[in-house]
Design a protein around this ligand. Structure first.
Ligand code: NAP
Ligand code: GLV
Length: 306
């Protein structure tokens, strides 16, 4: 079996070492233009030339959860495209989102400003039941985040494409239930895949439906958010703030208004990182399952976009 590795912005050597150790019988190599055809590819945002040359792939394994960059390319039609299915990301995402919600609802930024100014101050505790959190996208990551928020007794609701049934979480589905879902939330967490249906979904008319003092946490993709609409709603006071991990252009360009905005917390697309060892184990297991004709979790439906 031949495996070719083509991942941008990724140190290749540790992946090659890990894949070779997990698959000693396979030939694993870093892709070079002109290489012979491989059976499987391990990829992250490869160039189109890669797929133009590697036309005989049976499996394409994406080393992230989101496949928006991959699905922009012309892929070999016979290849099964598989994304990471959790692989250590959901616990990180749960930490990140709970941290952002708690930091906001407990006013930890204001306390930090006070203590730095030498002030021993108290604020009237805010009522957590006033911070209903809506999770857009109830997939692998969204469901884990919703469950984690429930442990802190925030009211949680969720929205997805197909109807879900989650204990203690009112669930909404489809475009027609989006307004009702948004109106029930004060904090909105975006964990949707980026598809033609979800691009720009966080815009003036949707964010304006959040309860007054709304707060946005975008941990999915930058192109979900119309950035100028967020800035306008913060300026007008309808939204209280945002925590953003993803941006339309990454790295966030110098001079972008988000860098210094007092109501926006930014992080460099690190809310849930790919964990190499667990990802290699998952990918290798799925190569074996595909070889036996089994369907594997995380198989991408290109028509659906995720
Ligand atoms: P997933 O398991 O495929 O879940 C996607 C969820 O979104 C599903 O519940 C799906 O609904 C819902 N959805 C898709 N299209 C929709 C639409 N048009 N309307 C309403 N709901 C829709 O994906 P995941 O593993 O949880 O990952 C989600 C996204 O997180 C990834 O695509 C990626 O962009 C992002 N991500 C970001 C980071 C980071 O570091 N910032 C890390 C990992 C992932 P159904 O359940 O009905 O299919
Ligand atoms: C990261 O953004 C991922 O999609 O895994």
């Amino acid at each position: 079996m031949k495996i070719t590795f083509c991942c941008t912005d990724t140190k290749a050597e540790p992946w090659l070492v890990g894949l070779r150790a997990a698959l000693p019988q396979a030939e694993v190599s870093l892709w070079q233009p002109g290489d012979a055809p491989a059976d499987h590819a391990v990829v992250w945002a490869p160039p189109q030339q890669f797929f133009d040359e590697q036309t005989q792939l049976k499996g394409v394994f994406n080393i992230g959860a989101g496949v928006d960059a991959l699905l922009k390319l012309r892929l070999p039609p016979q290849a099964t495209v598989v994304r990471l299915d959790d692989a250590g990301m959901s616990v990180q995402m749960a930490e990140y989102v709970c941290h952002a919600v708690i930091r906001h609802a407990r006013e930890f930024d204001a306390y930090e400003a006070d203590t730095r100014a030498g002030k021993w101050s108290f604020r009237k505790p805010l009522d957590r039941t006033d911070f209903s959190v809506g999770v857009m996208g109830l997939g692998v990551l969204g469901q884990r985040v919703a469950r984690a928020l429930q442990h802190f007794e925030f009211p949680v609701r969720g929205w997805s494409r197909s109807q879900k049934n989650l204990d203690g979480v009112p669930c909404y589905a489809g475009a027609e239930q989006l307004p009702e879902f948004l109106a029930s939330c004060r904090v909105l967490v975006c964990l949707l895949p980026l598809t033609p249906e979800t691009r720009d979904i966080l815009r003036r008319d949707t964010l304006a439906l959040l309860q007054p003092g709304g707060y946005l946490i975008n941990v999915a993709r930058g192109a979900h958010l119309v950035e100028e609409d967020l800035l306008a709603l913060l300026h007008e006071g309808h939204l209280a703030g945002a925590t953003l991990d993803v941006f339309r252009t990454e790295p966030l360009p110098a001079g972008h208004p988000f860098w210094q905005h007092p109501q926006i917390t930014i992080t460099p697309h690190n809310s849930a990182r790919t964990m190499r060892e667990v990802s290699i184990a998952q990918i290798v297991g799925k190569m074996a399952a595909l070889a036996q004709g089994h369907r594997v979790a995380g198989t991408v439906d290109a028509a659906r976009g995720y």
